[in-house]
Design a protein around this ligand. Structure first.
Ligand SMILES: C[S@@+](CC[C@H](N)C(=O)[O-])C[C@H]1O[C@@H](n2cnc3c(N)ncnc32)[C@H](O)[C@@H]1O
Length: 433
């Protein structure tokens, strides 16, 4: 089998230079790696390689006479990984150089072995000055694209450095206990019996934080549907929507179904989960099946309810809108590589469209929870403010959370606050008069 670093370089080149998603590339490769230790190293290399690409990719421009990015993308990615292993992952210098040279041969590029060796050794000799010059410029200091640094700075001027730093930290692995099958204490005890330490999140009733990242499918109770993986920020939705058994509930942008499942774990609901993409809708069904939950999944476009709505109004609507995902970069670092500033305009237009299309489906006195995993006001406060300004029957309900902040309508959690992902929530109720 190919050495892990060679596989990782091949995969990282696809993510960083061909625009493929980290999750998909990783899923395609990881199953082919036999040993658990190698799988863990591969995953760490892909995550850290994506997270720090925008710092170490430009560093190579100065180290190479002729750029390799286009001509030899896998060799280029291998060199980026070399710097990431030394500077981020703390791997010993000799191991970085030797394993990279071995990997370039395994990639069938033996004529680049000398170059890989020379470039990495030069980096190691000159690293302190080179790191200083990377730190002198914002994009290479933070490994973020400049448009996103500017956007975060505009929206959170006093907090932007902390937001960028938190977005670059590895997120803890968090579980959501399925109350229908297990208690949190019960799951914690069961995990402890197999040597897995975990602790509750202080203000989330169903969340358990694991001591470190693990293969969750191998944990006791996974197959039996005792838990799911879900960041705590997403677990807040269930409390904010506050459903009661028997209610008619719409989850309008539902896949992969994390929040739908949580709602169903808490209450017996008539829940309709709408999702536009067929492959993603299938993931809702799989999750509901594993967790033993009933529901109706409907393939449809939430901006066009006429094609799937039966005409009976909903007591609760969850609109977890498609967004920039700028709040979850710590879990999906490839967002920094793939999201473009120009995407924002289209996303905001869809967010407005979804709210306007779904509002008529809510009963008077009902509640709609608007949620995004974005930290940008354009997708959050501005969308909600425009909506309430143009809909006289819409009222923003006030609530507060132990972390995050109210800045305009709704509540913004920033990445890392209470050890959670960045997430925005606004709760809208419909007037009865
Ligand atoms: C943020 S994700 C939802 C996550 C989900 N609520 C959960 O907790 O697992 C947004 C989802 O909306 C879907 N989507 C985007 N536009 C849509 C539309 N017009 N109608 C229905 N689904 C849509 C996307 O395919 C994506 O699966």
């Amino acid at each position: 089998m190919m050495p892990v670093r060679a596989l990782a370089a091949r995969a990282l080149a696809r993510i960083a230079l061909r625009g493929e998603s980290l999750r998909e590339v990783s899923a395609r490769h990881v199953g082919k790696i036999a040993a658990a230790r190698d799988r863990a190293l591969f995953t760490a290399l892909l995550n850290e390689g994506s997270r720090w690409w925008l710092r170490f990719d430009p560093a190579l421009d100065d180290l190479l006479k002729q750029p390799l990015r286009e001509r030899q993308p896998e060799v280029h990615a291998l060199l980026v990984l070399g710097l990431v292993q030394r500077e981020v992952m703390g791997i010993a210098e000799y191991a970085v150089v030797a394993s990279s040279v071995e990997a370039v041969r395994a990639l069938q590029r033996p004529r680049f072995a000398g170059l890989v060796n020379a470039v990495l050794r030069r980096w190691l000799r000159e690293r302190s000055e080179r790191l200083q010059s990377l730190d002198a410029v914002s994009p290479t200091q933070h490994a973020f694209p400049s448009w996103l640094i500017d956007a975060v700075g505009r929206d959170w001027p006093d907090l932007s450095a902390a937001v960028l730093a938190a977005s670059n930290r590895l997120a803890p692995l968090m579980l959501r206990v399925n109350r229908r099958r297990q208690t949190r204490e019960g799951l914690q005890a069961r995990l402890a019996q197999t040597g897995v330490a975990s602790g509750p999140h202080p203000w989330l009733a169903d969340a358990l934080i694991l001591d470190r990242n693990r293969d969750i499918t191998a944990l006791p109770g996974f197959v039996e549907g005792h838990f799911s993986v879900q960041d705590g920020a997403a677990q807040i939705a269930v409390d904010l929507l506050s459903c009661a058994s028997g209610m008619r509930v719409l989850d309008a942008c539902a896949a992969p179904g994390g929040k739908s499942c949580h709602l169903l774990e808490r209450n017996d609901l008539h829940l309709l989960a709408v999702e536009r993409e067929a492959s993603r809708a299938e993931r809702i069904r799989e999750n509901q099946h594993r967790l033993g939950l009933p529901a109706v999944v409907c393939l449809g476009d939430a901006t066009a309810p006429a094609s799937w709505w039966d005409g009976e109004a909903f007591d609760r609507i969850l609109l977890d809108a498609p967004c920039s995902a700028s709040g979850v970069i710590r879990r999906h670092p490839d967002i920094k590589l793939h999201r473009r500033e120009r995407d924002l305009e289209a996303l905001v237009a869809v967010q407005h469209k979804l709210l306007a299309a779904l509002w008529p489906l809510l009963v008077p006195g009902g509640r709609l929870l608007y949620a995004t995993c974005s930290i940008l006001r354009a997708e959050n406060q501005h969308v909600v403010q425009t909506f309430v300004d143009t809909h006289v029957d819409a009222v923003v309900e006030h609530f507060s959370l132990p972390a995050g902040r109210s800045a305009g309508p709704g509540w913004q959690l920033l990445p890392g606050e209470a050890d959670l992902d960045g997430m925005y929530y606004a709760r809208l109720s419909k007037r009865t008069d």
